[in-house]
Design a protein. Structure first.
Length: 258
């Protein structure tokens, strides 16, 4: 397997928001990592797999104290949290950040066949092939991969505020994909960081900890949110019209469950 010349790519979205991602991770396991620059402190919303060093790769962006937010505690979103001393997570999933329970490696054949069938959704190929297409350094052992424990400095719930000084994000509890899934909502700009509660791709609602009924209620709630832009946990960002299209498609398929 090739050695990656760099582990992270990035794109500047606005003067205050930068998207980072791991190009050598297969799409199913590759999340969006959002850096938000604030007056008093910065946010990292999700941190990727933890395969490469995020703090080093983003050192030029991280000029202030940094808070790492976990929109939920699936491995593709919290792998790099251990690098940061200040971490936020919903109270329902705090234990999963402190003591991660996912034990899979980066090789598909090491997964339980039942899990493989859950992960194989239209649009996201997931097979027994490795979950990365390059390694971060020579000699990297794909079977050595583990999600490392991270500190929990603040547990949050519905309505709590994450304050950057000049930007204030309200915590929205958005269960369905997982029990403690959250979004960060900035009403003044219509900006929603949605995690995996909604993104422009095949939504996954059949994990053991997922709830379709909760997902339906989350979708119904988000449909009326006056968003300008959604920065999601996967796939490109989108606006309010696309949000409603995605939600209506989900409710058409799953709405009876609510």
């Amino acid at each position: 397997m090739n050695i990656a010349s760099r582990w992270f790519d990035r794109a500047r979205v606005t003067d205050e928001i930068t998207l980072l991602w791991e190009p050598h991770v297969i799409p199913f396991f590759r999340c969006n990592i959002w850096h938000v620059r604030g007056r008093d402190r910065d946010l990292l919303i999700d941190t990727g797999t933890g395969i490469g060093g995020l703090r080093t790769a983003a050192a030029d962006l991280l000029q202030k104290a940094v808070t790492a937010v976990a929109t939920h505690v699936h491995a593709d979103h919290i792998g790099g949290h251990y690098e940061f001393q200040d971490c936020i997570v919903h109270r329902a999933e705090a234990a999963g950040l402190q003591e991660p329970t996912e034990r899979h490696t980066l090789i598909g054949e090491d997964f339980d066949p039942t899990d493989l069938s859950r992960f194989s959704v239209p649009g996201y190929a997931f097979t027994v092939e490795p979950m990365i297409t390059a390694v971060p350094f020579a000699g990297y052992d794909l079977r050595s991969y583990r999600v490392r424990p991270a500190p929990v400095t603040r547990v949050v719930d519905e309505g709590d505020i994450v304050d950057l000084g000049n930007r204030h994000f309200e915590v929205l509890h958005l269960p369905g994909h997982s029990p403690g899934s959250i979004g960060l909502w900035e009403k003044s700009t219509g900006t929603l960081f949605s995690g995996d509660s909604i993104y422009d791709g095949p939504l996954i609602d059949e994990f053991p900890s997922s709830s379709i009924c909760d997902y339906v209620r989350t979708m119904q709630r988000l449909r009326d949110l006056p968003v300008t832009v959604v920065h999601a946990g996967h796939e490109p960002s989108f606006g309010r019209e696309r949000l409603r299209v995605l939600i209506d498609a989900y409710l058409s398929r799953r709405g009876a469950a609510g």
